[in-house]
Design a protein around this ligand. Structure first.
Ligand SMILES: [Zn+2]
Length: 84
């Protein structure tokens, strides 16, 4: 078990302006978002650390950031064709 101070966020050795090497904690980067249907990686989604609002991290279309554009297109085509 690591020391309590080293638990939690991952750490990184950083060189300071004074020339010292210190251990600094960094935020964990999220994994890439995946499509709920085909499980492929989603385009146009931000998976970095902070910096952007939730609405600007994903595409602005119905189910943007949840379903990929190809799966959404297939679903819409099926819905339209079933009404005819
Ligand atoms: Zn998909």
């Amino acid at each position: 078990m690591p020391r309590p101070g080293l638990r939690g966020k991952p750490s990184k050795i950083v060189k300071t302006p004074g020339g010292k090497h210190i251990l600094r904690k960094v935020d964990k980067k999220r994994g890439k978002d995946k499509c709920a249907i085909c499980k492929g990686y989603l385009n146009g989604t931000y998976h970095g650390v902070g910096g952007l609002s939730k609405s600007s991290r994903r595409p602005k279309r119905p189910y943007g950031g949840y379903i990929c554009s190809r799966c959404l297109q297939n679903l819409l085509e099926k819905a339209i064709l079933s009404k005819i």
